[in-house]
Design a binder for this molecule. Structure first.
Ligand code: TXA
Ligand code: MG
Length: 340
């Protein structure tokens, strides 16, 4: 199959809208990362997402909409709790996924769970595609399972070339990490994945939100993940990544002492000039938005360059940095060295 990369012209949006309605897969831009979309109402189409990505069948997908009224129109959930309504009002359209009790969504989407994840993206091209398809779209990130999520159409082409008919190029993603995932299906709302909407922002609207163990820590043997996706290593580059928790000086000394040809530093912008190994800066120290925007592209470049060992500067864990920390700690397989 030839994979065509299309610009979001009116004609092309109609082409991919029909393709989606007819059960085909399309790579679509969103403000977070690129998605691999299929008609969420068509179980067979959704199955082909799992094949194209090599995704484990027990990992459920997010259903994307372009208008809140579609939740009712397509009977996506059995009820919308009051706190979900408050979250929708505050953060939609935007990088927040809300898990609620499911309605008439095919089991292929929810991996058999009794809940469904719903998201209303803010990228104007995503909205035009969903509206043209006139069906909600099930879409995971458009990477091969286990690879960093794609933040450009080129990343999607790299992973999906020959496997899907179309990719729509909507430019580089602004947020750069996947949406925040919160469940309101249980007693207390619980953050399952940190993203562009922060824990602090969520709590500002609905009060206390629990944080699932898997967000910041490695699950113990036998412990079950509240969100199936969190149990996988994920975002794993081929290089061996070790995170170093230290101040500027200690980090730089530690890396420079270990300098060799296969070694590199995944560092803050400010660290570069003092490091004697190849550097992959992922943003300025306090610029969490830049870090989130760049992290996946940098992880992909580390792989392309065949780096063997990467010493990463451990990100902070508050605000938007929690999302960056959550992704990097997985890329590092939870290997952290703390220098006092
Ligand atoms: O920003 C995003 O969310 C992107 C773009 C394309 O919208 N999508 C995305 O999808 O990141 P994916 O499939 O890569 O991640 C979805 C996460 C997984 O960790 C999955 O386990 C979790 O959401 N999830 C989906 N439905 C769930 C459910 N019913 N209960 C618990 N976790 C769920
Ligand atoms: Mg993903």
């Amino acid at each position: 199959m030839e994979t065509k990369v299309l610009l979001p012209t009116a004609e092309n949006i109609n082409t991919v809208g029909s393709a989606l309605r007819n059960g085909e897969l399309v790579g679509v831009p969103t403000e977070t990362v690129y998605g691999l979309a299929a008609n969420a109402l068509d179980g067979e189409a959704v199955k082909s997402i799992f094949e194209a990505k090599g995704r484990p069948a027990d990992n459920p997908l997010i259903v994307h909409i372009s208008d809140i009224s579609q939740i009712e129109r397509f009977d996506l959930v059995s009820e919308i709790p009051e706190n979900a309504k408050m979250l929708m009002k505050a953060f939609w359209p935007g990088p927040l996924t809300i898990i609620m009790k499911k309605g008439a969504v095919p089991d292929e989407v929810t991996a058999g769970l009794d809940t469904v994840a719903v998201r209303f993206p803010s990228h104007p091209v995503t909205a035009r595609i969903i509206t043209a398809a006139d069906v909600p779209l099930a879409a995971p990130s458009a990477n091969t399972s286990g690879k960093p999520s794609p933040t450009t159409a080129r990343h999607v082409l790299h992973d999906m070339n020959g496997r899907i008919p179309y990719i729509v190029d909507g430019g580089a993603c602004e947020v750069g990490v996947e949406s925040t995932v919160i469940t309101v299906a249980g007693e207390t709302p619980c953050l399952l994945r940190p993203g562009g909407v922060t824990l602090e922002q969520l709590e500002g609207v609905i009060g206390h939100v629990d944080v699932a163990d898997a967000v910041l820590h490695q699950l113990k043997e036998g412990q079950t993940a509240a969100s199936p996706g969190m149990k996988y290593k994920h975002y794993a580059p081929s290089a061996h990544i070790v995170l170093i928790k230290a101040d500027d000086k200690k980090y730089i000394e530690y890396v420079n002492e270990r300098a060799s040809s296969g070694t590199a530093a995944l560092c803050y912008d400010e660290d570069c000039e003092r490091l004697s190994v190849r550097t992959y800066p992922y943003g300025a120290k306090e610029d969490y938005a830049a870090q989130s925007n760049r992290i996946f592209d940098v992880l992909r470049r580390i792989d392309e360059d065949g780096v063997k060992t990467v010493y990463g500067r451990c990100p902070e864990t508050g605000g938007l940095a929690m999302a960056v920390y959550n992704r990097l700690i997985r890329a590092a397989g939870f290997e952290v060295i703390e220098l006092a």
